[in-house]
Design a protein around this ligand. Structure first.
Ligand code: T3D
Length: 261
């Protein structure tokens, strides 16, 4: 599969998707939206067992391509329609992927670019990277799941402040606040993200997919509902071959060989 606005490759069960419009700081164009969605579908088709998302050049992603908006034109612009058609399905399809998604934030992540990163399951960021809820600077509100993920990750006060001020948050503070998993030295970012992806790709992928569903659902569920969901998901996990292999390997005092099924 060849793309114009992203790079996509799959090696040894690990897919790497690189946003590739570096002259625009990898801002989202409509074509890029379409290509990312196609690549995400491809990861499922190819049975990838982990996905890494990063950006080419000095940025991760600067959000919507503002150059594509004709704000001088007469008439209303329905950004809601854009969200409905592109951003919302993008975030949902990332969440729905039955494999771990690792964000490797190599530089600035602004607007929908920041929130696209936060929709990944685990986020590593280079020490020089930053996160900006840039929406307010152009009279908008957080989208791409930002108003959902931010308060849950860092609490209401900090989420509110970032959204209202549009202040830049450096990667170290993002780690301290629990917004991302780890901030690492710039020159180790991709190795760290790839090592993590390669490791996870050897783990029980089906269980990881179920963990994603459980964790995401827990954000809106009460304890009873969540316990019931755990029962359902554990039933599915227990029917998998990786459960049998895990227990067998434990009893035989050897390393398990998980197939992801
Ligand atoms: O409209 C819709 O689709 C609705 C959905 C909205 C979702 C959103 O994401 S809204 C938020 C959109 N994003 C922004 O408001 C961020 C805009 N960019 C910036 O604030 C800054 O560029 C950064 C803080 C990200 C980085 O600053 P800096 O100083 O490192 O770089 P720069 O010089 O501003 O940008 C470098 C180039 O990238 C520059 O192009 P040039 O002058 O070299 O030809 C700049 O125009 C371009 N660029 C940066 N961000 C965008 C962009 N081009 C198009 N769209 C961008 N978002």
């Amino acid at each position: 599969m060849s793309f114009e606005t992203i790079l996509f490759e799959l090696t040894d069960d690990v897919a790497v998707l690189t946003l590739n419009r570096p002259d625009k700081l990898n801002a989202f164009s409509i074509d890029m939206h379409k290509e990312i969605r196609a690549a995400l579908k491809q990861t499922v088709k190819d049975k990838a067992r982990a996905l890494v998302i990063t950006g080419a050049g000095r940025a991760f992603c600067a959000g919507a391509d503002l150059g594509a908006r004709d704000v001088k034109a007469e008439g209303e612009m329905d950004l809601g329609a854009l969200l409905e058609k592109y951003y919302n399905p993008l975030i949902l399809s990332l969440k729905d992927l039955p494999m771990p998604v690792i964000g490797a934030v190599n530089g600035v992540a602004a607007g929908a670019g920041a929130n696209f990163a936060l929709a990944c399951d685990l986020v590593f960021a280079a020490r020089s990277a930053s996160f900006i809820q840039a929406f307010i600077k152009i009279g908008l509100v957080p989208d791409a799941g930002g108003s959902f993920h931010l308060p849950r990750l860092i609490g209401m006060q900090r989420a509110m402040a970032l959204a209202m001020t549009g202040d830049k948050l450096d990667a170290e503070t993002a780690e301290q606040w629990g917004m991302i998993y780890q901030c690492v030295d710039d020159d180790t970012l991709m190795d760290t993200a790839m090592d993590c992806a390669r490791h996870l790709a050897t783990q029980p992928t089906r269980s990881i997919g179920l963990i994603k569903r459980l964790m995401t659902a827990s954000l809106g569920n009460d304890l009873n509902t969540q316990l019931e969901l755990e029962r359902q998901m554990q039933r599915v996990a227990g029917l998998g071959t990786d459960y049998r292999e895990g227990v067998q390997a434990f009893l035989e005092k050897r390393a398990p060989k998980f197939t992801g099924t």
